[in-house]
Design a binder for this molecule. Structure first.
Ligand code: SF4
Ligand code: SF4
Length: 366
């Protein structure tokens, strides 16, 4: 695996990149802080324990219309399906922003709501793609112990199964399972892969994240204090072996089963003191975060620099304003393993090196 990825990197030529002009392509949007679980590994437990206000649908619509067409919006939280108007939010991005890909991150506790929204998505035929990403932290005992939620494993598997059954007849839709790897579930990678392979559902791996152990060099005055209450990484010396184990699963499954393999290798290198193959090109430039109360951040590891309530929910104006520019100047020397920003920076870098078409060439929206 490591050798494969090294070849991949060298095939791209330069391992540097330049900071792109600020233009949002990928947005993480916390539609709610409310959640029906209290997971040990949750990075946002203080938000979940004390949910703040939520943007109204009208405010979401203004936000979506203010920005250029997005490549991806990740609707997250909290538990997004707790929002009664989640479908209207999805539809707003599909129709008013013409977002290419809408992803909904969920704990899978509400299979019926998921299927209801899936039906509406199929009827809409907007041309957008949609992914449901369902978290699965381990086998039943581990999953339910970590989430303090009896019955949650069976509900999540039911949700995965039901969505997978609809996938073949629902154009532009897919369902995936996500496992955040940490010291409590590291032994269950192979049995989980067996389960998901049987369901024909791709498996996304990530490492549990916390500012204290997943980032380096963030200036203290903008560093967000986001850490899980009770969860840590597996021992660092075990990480290379872990990637080998996941690579072996991928090989066994014939490819296209384990997602984000390249990002996993970069994360392991960073955790073991290495340098990233490209700078953080996306945070605050092509990728950003909107929290449920309207506050806006360059990434989840840095504090918000503004709030949409102060600019009539015009995200584009805030993104191109002086506060955002100040923030961009402060995030040129940090590093982290946050997968959303590694993936989008990787994508940006591939665009810059001409390896993939630039998203800018796509029809613009907004
Ligand atoms: S990790 Fe997700 S499901 Fe768990 S408490 Fe946090 S927001 Fe809720
Ligand atoms: S996402 Fe980028 S800007 Fe944010 S902490 Fe990580 S490296 Fe720094």
């Amino acid at each position: 695996m490591r050798r494969l990825f090294s070849r991949f990197l060298s095939a791209q030529g330069s391992t540097t990149g330049h900071y792109p002009e600020p233009r949002l392509k990928d947005l993480i949007f916390f539609v709610t802080d409310r959640c029906n679980m209290r997971c040990n590994h949750c990075m946002f437990r203080h938000r979940v324990d004390h949910p703040g206000p939520e943007l109204t649908l009208e405010q979401v619509s203004t936000l979506a219309r203010s920005i250029p067409r997005l490549r991806t919006v990740a609707l997250t939280g909290g538990e997004p399906f707790l929002r009664e108007d989640l479908w209207e939010i999805i539809k707003t991005f599909c129709l008013e922003n013409r977002t290419f890909h809408v992803q909904v991150d969920t704990n899978g506790s509400m299979p019926d709501r998921m299927l209801e929204i899936l039906d509406r998505f199929a009827d809409l035929q907007s041309g957008a793609f949609m992914t449901f990403q369902v978290s699965l932290d381990g086998l039943k005992d581990t999953h339910e112990r970590l989430r303090h939620s009896p019955g949650s494993f069976d509900r999540a598997v039911t949700a995965l199964q039901a969505c997978r059954e609809r996938q073949d007849s629902t154009p532009h839709f897919r369902v995936v399972a996500l496992t955040d790897i940490h010291r409590e579930n590291v032994t269950e990678i192979e049995p989980l892969a067996d389960l998901l392979s049987g369901l024909r559902i791709p498996h996304v791996y990530d490492f549990v994240r916390g500012v204290d152990y997943s980032s380096w060099g963030i200036p203290a005055d903008i560093r967000a204090d986001e850490n899980p209450r009770d969860c840590g990484l597996p021992p660092l010396e075990d990480l290379p072996n872990l990637v080998e184990r996941i690579a072996a699963v991928e090989l066994r499954e014939g490819g296209q089963f384990c997602q984000w393999m390249e990002q996993l290798q970069i994360q392991v290198d960073l955790y073991r003191g290495g340098k990233p193959p490209f700078p953080c090109l996306s945070a605050g430039r092509t990728a950003g975060v909107v929290y449920s109360d309207g506050s806006v951040a360059a990434c989840e590891f840095t504090r918000p620099f503004g709030n949409l309530t102060d600019c009539r929910f015009d995200l584009n104006a805030l993104w191109n304003g002086p506060e955002a520019e100040q923030r961009r100047k402060k995030i040129v020397s940090c590093r982290c393993t946050h997968s959303c920003f590694l993936l989008t920076s990787h994508q940006e870098w591939l665009e810059q090196t001409g390896q993939i078409p630039a998203f800018e060439s796509a029809e613009s929206g907004g």
